[in-house]
Design a binder for this molecule. Structure first.
Ligand SMILES: [Zn+2]
Length: 296
């Protein structure tokens, strides 16, 4: 079975069902997968030392002690509480654990993460800490891997990840996103492809195929982090693209199969997904699990 990581803290911070951040999808996707017979493994919270690999120590301290200044907290989009700090530490620990499991099994999934707008100086857009950056730097520091690729197919540009690794030749960052979407300023990844509004399945999948192929060829990675945000879906409230469910399934299979064909382990993280119907979003996130299950 595909190793799958989940922590009850993922949705322990109540932000209210009317908040744009869909906290409920995390427990829903876990419930769907338990019903399908998966055993979910719980991570430990990320350590302060691990968080400081990717983030300024004073920002980390501010989050962990609920003492962020108001301006920094407003940029993140959450009121900074102990529950939010616990949630984000669990989420980062989950991506660290899933990355280790992927190295053992060939693939693994964290049922959270993909907080790609957080950079070294602070968070933004519901992203407190950049789980993928922390996990990548932990594995590099431990010499578990030498080279990493981040394939970010969330509909929003992976600006935080791009900034954190701008001068780190060990990590190749690639982002496929809607060019007109937030964030307006898109600091360069190693490979960026911005799609026009309302791009549909065929054009999207052709662009994804090309981006994945070029990334694997240029990076020659020992491990891929795949941000499988489902916000390119046509029903997404924040997405601006027009993918169908079929298109999202094909996209996740494309990434899984390309990594398997190159013999590169892959760790999937959920990323964004903001439809009104939380259960529909949770179901879309299971396409990632289905795709990676096929390659382990
Ligand atoms: Zn997104």
């Amino acid at each position: 079975m595909l190793p799958i990581v989940h922590h009850p803290d993922y949705d322990a911070a109540s932000v209210g069902d009317d908040h744009r951040f869909p906290m409920r999808k995390y427990s829903l996707v876990a419930e769907i997968l338990r019903d399908r017979g998966y055993d979910l493994e719980a991570p430990i919270h990320a350590s302060q030392a691990a968080l400081e690999r990717a983030h300024d120590p004073s920002y980390v301290h501010g989050v962990l002690t609920s003492a962020l200044d108001r301006k920094t907290a407003r940029r993140v989009g959450f009121e900074m509480t102990p529950a939010i700090a616990a949630r984000t530490r669990a989420s980062v620990g989950g991506t660290e654990l899933a990355a280790r499991r992927a190295l053992e099994a060939g693939a693994a999934v964290n049922l959270a993460g993909g907080s790609h707008h957080a950079d070294d100086q602070g968070g933004a857009g519901f992203c407190v800490f950049n789980d993928v950056a922390v996990a990548a730097l932990s594995l590099l520091d431990e010499a578990r891997v030498q080279r990493i690729a981040v394939i970010d197919l969330d509909v929003h540009h992976g600006d935080g990840t791009a900034l954190i690794f701008a001068n780190d030749p060990r990590v190749f960052t690639a982002s496929l996103h809607c060019e007109e979407n937030w964030p307006r300023t898109k600091p360069p990844s190693d490979l960026d492809v911005g799609l026009p509004r309302e791009t549909e399945d065929d054009a999207y999948l052709a662009a994804a195929q090309k981006l994945v192929r070029e990334t694997l060829a240029a990076a020659r990675p020992d491990l891929v982090f795949y941000n499988a945000g489902v916000d390119p879906h046509i029903d997404d409230r924040l997405g601006l693209l027009s993918l169908s469910d079929h298109g999202l399934k094909a996209r996740d299979r494309l990434v899984a199969n390309a990594c398997a064909a190159s013999g590169v382990p892959v760790v999937g993280v959920l990323g964004g997904g903001y439809s009104k119907d939380a259960r529909a979003v949770a179901l879309r996130h299971t396409y990632l699990v289905d795709a990676l299950q096929e390659i382990v």
